[in-house]
Design a protein. Structure first.
Length: 214
């Protein structure tokens, strides 16, 4: 079996820890029992130092033997081919997983990230608030009717949607009990807890290296 390497930064400031998107790939590997190692690229100079691997200077990217790919969503779909723990193999279950995986990225995160960014920049009631509210309200209705987004079971669509929704400002935006219960249900999974703890340890170890070097 080929060696999986999840690439992330060698260090990040405290704010994004626990949310850096390598966590999505770690989490999927943990769910599926796939062995992986973590590789690092320097955070300092990220704008230019690894553009050959990730054309926007971001992380994560994934290496699987001779295959290399960026975009956390693409990485999840790649991993899902390796294990039906991540995506069912029947055509209906697979189609549902694909559509909700894309929905997490292209219907929710596409609004939630710019909204969150404007909000932390101090633009509290920014022009995206109504748009995000509408998307989250629709999702609340869907999640009130089912436990999982696709195929009546956990899939990468839940992993991704819960990761998009667990951002504290998004979570605190109005009261949506079904969404809150869903985020809790998905992030209560041991694989998420392990992936998050491992990411925190990775950056804490980097703090110690920096302290020794300075
Ligand atoms: N659409 C990309 C987004 C990647 C992304 O936003 N990565 C963040 C870390 S979670 C990053 O590298 N930020 C540093 C930067 O943009 O300079 C994906 O899902 O992989």
């Amino acid at each position: 079996m080929s060696e999986l390497t999840i690439w992330t930064y060698d260090w990040v400031p405290e704010g994004p820890r626990g949310f850096v998107r390598d966590l999505r790939l770690r989490w999927a590997c943990e769910e599926a029992g796939l062995n992986y190692t973590v590789g690092t690229v320097p955070f300092d100079g990220r704008e230019t130092n690894h553009l050959a691997h990730q054309p926007f200077g971001q992380v994560p990217y994934l290496q699987d033997g001779g295959v290399e790919l960026f975009e956390s969503g693409a990485g999840l779909l790649h991993l899902a081919r390796k294990s039906d723990t991540l995506m069912p193999r029947d055509p209906v279950g697979e189609a549902q997983t694909l559509q909700w995986t894309i929905a997490a990225l292209n219907s929710i995160e596409m609004v939630s990230v710019p909204w969150w960014f404007l909000k932390i920049c101090g633009d509290d009631d920014n022009g995206l608030t109504g748009w995000l509210r509408q998307r989250l309200d629709h999702l609340e209705r869907v999640l009130g009717e089912r436990e999982w987004l696709a195929a009546d079971r956990f899939t990468i669509a839940d992993l991704l949607m819960a990761d998009v929704l667990r951002v504290s400002l998004v979570r605190a935006f109005d009261d949506r009990p079904a969404t809150e219960a869903y985020v809790k249900r998905v992030t209560d999974r041991p694989a998420f807890k392990k992936a998050r703890a491992d990411q925190m340890s990775h950056f804490e170890a980097a703090d110690r290296v920096r302290e020794t070097a300075s």
